[in-house]
Design a protein around this ligand. Structure first.
Ligand code: GTP
Ligand code: MG
Length: 429
């Protein structure tokens, strides 16, 4: 029997008993609160919005502090994400807050890939958590969870409609993160225009199938306020950390020549509604949704991609060990197939090389034969030449001997003639 079936059976067999005195497990909720308080909490916000739309100012206003803010340039070649983590404390509750800001969002000529870096960032945080979960020695209790719990999507106060970049980005992210759209710098848009703008935005989100985060209404204690607040989305916010004197007190506001926009005045903007919903009422639900919905989806897809599944095609449960064994067999088979493939390739290569070498040898042999022939021809020509030269030489020698003989004879004759003459001359005297 599968473990879930066993658990169900045990549930059915459990009997309800009355206690006759105090036992003490009614303190469990308190124990839970104490444990959570001592461990501290972690919350991660991603702010997506064009450069200079008011992301940092709103964060500072929301958390009543001054985070480290860097002004971004409008000339970033691609969208980047900048994450900063802070330790905050309110009463005895510690909060590890990470604020992730987009840098250069909406500034590139080609905006096609703008959302990809954001998707990758969110997936990377899920992946780190999954890796920690899959470790043999897990330490999830002190693991710094960097998964994004809330994504504030800053809409430009154009009063017109959503940009295609807004729709595409939100659509790509809605299954990965809790999106809370906000209309930024809402003090720059008139009240009637703002009302129409909100309706337009919501209808565009619905018609494009973009799922934004809905404040939960299943918990009775917050159902009423959350239902009312769902009707105010997207919140029109104004940010400012500047204190302005209004009446006899100092309030956070933006001062203009024609008047003062009070950040925390609900008739001026929805800032208080956002703070209430994001921080005071639904922070735990955002964390919970991130884990049980978005991370669960990522984990499921990732494990399925890796070949794990809960049931086989006939809906019978498959254990982890079975899947492991199947995967191992698959892997061994694949390894053998590859080995065989490599062996075949090697044999083929050797054959090719052998035939190449044979061709080269044949070619060399051919060249050698040709050279040998040429050499023999050359040799026979030279032989011929030598013979003819030798003949010439012997003719020449014969001629020289004959000429020498002739010369000697001529010399003898002339010397005899001279002697005769001399003799004659001496006889005369
Ligand atoms: P980068 O991080 O550089 O992309 O900018 P950002 O989105 O963080 O904007 P930031 O908060 O730095 O604000 C940019 C400018 O807008 C500043 O001059 C702010 O004073 C102004 N600003 C911020 N919030 C509001 C607002 O609600 N209304 C108006 N009118 N101006 C605002
Ligand atoms: Mg900023």
């Amino acid at each position: 029997m599968a473990s879930s079936d066993v658990a169900r059976q045990m549930d059915k067999n459990a009997r309800l008993l009355a206690l006759s005195g105090h036992v003490g497990f009614d303190s469990l909720p308190d124990q839970l609160v104490n444990k959570s308080t001592s461990q501290g909490f972690c919350f991660n916000i991603l702010c997506i919005g064009e450069t200079g739309i008011g992301k940092s100012t709103l964060m500072d206003t929301l958390f009543n502090t001054n985070f480290e803010n860097f002004e971004s340039s409008h000339f970033e070649p691609k969208v980047k994400l900048r994450a900063q983590t802070y330790d905050l404390q309110e009463s005895n509750v510690r909060l590890k807050l990470t604020v992730v800001n987009t840098v250069g969002f909406g500034d590139q000529m080609n905006k096609q890939e703008s959302y990809q870096h954001i998707v990758d960032y969110i997936d990377t945080q899920f992946e780190s958590y999954l890796q920690e979960e899959l470790k043999i020695k897990r330490s999830l209790h002190n693991y710094h969870d960097s998964r994004i719990h809330a994504c504030l999507y800053f809409i430009a106060p154009s009063g017109h409609s959503l940009k295609s970049l807004d729709l595409v980005t939100m659509k790509k992210l809605d299954s990965k993160v809790n999106i809370i759209p906000v209309i930024a710098k809402a003090d720059t848009i008139s009240k009637s225009e703002l009302h129409k703008f909100k309706i337009k935005i919501m209808s565009e989100l619905v018609s494009n199938g973009v799922q934004i985060y809905q404040f939960p209404i299943d918990d009775e204690s917050v159902a009423k306020i959350n239902t009312a607040m769902n009707g105010h989305l997207p919140f029109a916010v104004v940010g400012s950390t500047e204190e302005v004197s209004v009446g006899n007190k100092m309030v956070k506001a933006r001062q203009y020549p024609w008047g003062v926009v009070q950040v925390e005045n609900e008739s001026h903007c929805d800032f208080v509604k956002l703070r209430e919903m994001l921080i005071c009422v639904n922070m735990e639900d955002l964390r919970e949704q991130t884990h049980s919905r978005h991370y669960e989806l990522y984990r499921r897809c990732k494990l399925e991609e890796m070949g794990f599944r809960d049931t086989d095609p006939e809906s019978k449960p498959v254990s982890l060990q079975q899947t492991y064994e199947e995967k191992r067999q698959e892997f061994v088979g694949e390894l053998q197939r590859r080995e065989e493939e490599m062996r075949q390739t090697f044999v083929q290569r050797v054959k090719e090389k052998e035939s190449e070498l044979k061709d080269a040898e044949r070619e060399l042999q051919g060249k050698f034969e040709q050279l040998k022939r040429m050499h023999a021809e050359e040799k026979s020509k030279l032989e011929e030449k030598r013979r003819s030269l030798e003949e010439e030489m012997s003719v020449f020698s014969k001629r020289r001997a004959a000429s020498e003989l002739l010369q000697a004879q001529t010399f003898n004759t002339s010397s005899n003639n001279k002697k005769d003459k001399d003799r004659k001359n001496s006889g005369l005297m």
